[in-house]
Design a protein around this ligand. Structure first.
Ligand code: NAP
Ligand code: F7E
Length: 333
């Protein structure tokens, strides 16, 4: 495909776990990809390193632009200049526990940031299709399980409340202005590129570090918490499938399987031949003021309409993540 005929994607949050996998996926499909990066004191964008250092890709098919969700003038200018066919809106403060500590900026970026982006898209000469990364945190403590696209929302965190606003405003703009705007209601999804302060990565890294003698103990919060943990590369495939449909719609992406933090620790420590109970301790500092519960998704709509299915089991994913931590820590030892 010639570059001028290639579809053009625009990703907010390209340096994050999902953004980096989505960039890999879209480049593989022949897209030209534009991504938003923030100015930081270090140029180390580790999740994009393999693309950034490839001269066939960087500044040929992958373009990075400095902007910020709270800098609408710049974002608007880049959107006009790049004229994307598809926008994937993944940027935001994504840590639920931290959203209690930095509530105002989390809500501004997540809720108002999405509204500002919709306003920009609405003004473009040819409005692109929009995917918004919504979250199972919408549901809070639902009374029905598993949750579907029709389950009522009752968020219990600043993050969840902000995602609820953002999700609803996407559907309002879809209906009011006929935008092709879609929500993916994403349940937890993990990978070796997960941020280090999310529980799966923290546990896999802790198990590997203890095995290598780099750490004695792993300190966690609520061991009884249950989550529906899927695999991030599967989720980004779902994002793309969502935007390829003739009608804009919302989809749940989930595995339908629940595991506890306890199960997670048992799996990760077993992967390096250790007994988790000998190494894990609990500290109330990692508990949250309120905690979502009973979150397990029903992906039937995504499966039947998009042909989407998860490619990894929880056990396979945790083994892969723990192996990746072990290899990385062994090299730096
Ligand atoms: P992540 O790894 O935390 O990445 C977040 C991305 O947002 C990073 O690229 C970050 O840039 C960028 N960002 C943060 N604040 C920004 C700002 N003010 N302006 C511009 N960019 C900003 O998150 P993720 O796991 O990839 O998740 C992607 C999206 O899906 C998020 O919206 C998240 O809330 C949502 N989601 C994720 C999950 C999950 O399980 N992963 C589940 C449901 C929903 P820096 O690299 O510069 O920090
Ligand atoms: O916590 C418990 C914690 O921070 C998972 C984000 O991607 O998914 C993610 O949010 C569970 C919670 O993810 C520790 O209390 C125990 O019950 O990995 P997490 P999250 O809060 O579920 C949703 C769908 C999103 O939308 C978010 O963007 O594990 N837990 N001990 C711990 N959690 C952390 N982080 N650290 C602990 O030590």
């Amino acid at each position: 495909m010639s570059l001028s005929a290639a579809p053009v994607a625009f990703i907010t949050g390209i340096t994050g776990q999902d953004g980096s996998y989505l960039a890999d996926f879209l480049l593989e499909k022949g897209y030209v990809v534009h991504g938003v990066v923030r100015r930081t004191s270090s140029l180390d964008r580790s999740r994009l390193g393999h693309l950034y250092t490839d001269p066939e890709i960087h500044n040929r098919r992958l373009f990075l632009h400095y902007a910020d969700l709270d800098d609408p003038t710049t974002l608007r200018r880049i959107l006009f200049k790049t004229a994307p066919d598809e926008v994937y809106h993944l940027a935001g403060q994504s840590h639920v526990g931290l959203s209690f500590e930095i509530a105002e900026s989390t809500c501004d970026l997540t809720a108002m940031g999405t509204l500002r982006l919709l306003e920009m898209i609405r003004d473009l000469p040819k409005p692109p299709r929009l995917f918004h990364a919504s979250s199972s945190e919408l549901f809070g403590k639902p009374t029905v399980a598993p949750q579907t696209e029709a389950t009522p929302w009752q968020p219990v965190s600043p993050y969840g409340a902000a995602k609820a606003f953002a999700t609803r405003i996407v559907t309002i703009y879809r209906d009011a202005y006929r935008l092709h705007a879609c929500n993916g209601i994403l349940f937890n999804h993990e990978s070796p590129r997960r941020g280090e302060n999310f529980v799966t990565r923290k546990v896999c890294r802790g198990a590997a570090a203890i095995k290598l003698g780099l750490q004695d103990k792993l300190t966690l919060g609520n061991l009884d918490a249950l989550r529906d943990w899927g695999y991030a590369p599967d989720t980004v495939r779902g994002m793309w499938l969502t935007l390829q449909q003739p009608e804009a719609d919302d989809y749940v992406f989930a595995t339908g399987q629940l595991h506890s933090v306890r199960d997670l620790a048992a799996q990760a420590f077993a992967a390096v031949g250790l007994d988790w109970e000998a190494h894990v301790e609990v500290n109330a500092a990692f508990l949250r003021p309120t905690e979502a519960a009973n979150l397990v998704g029903d992906p039937t709509k995504a499966r039947t309409r998009l042909g989407w299915t998860p490619s990894r089991t929880f056990e396979e994913m945790i083994a892969e993540m723990t192996r990746a931590e072990y290899d990385a820590l062994s090299k730096s030892k």
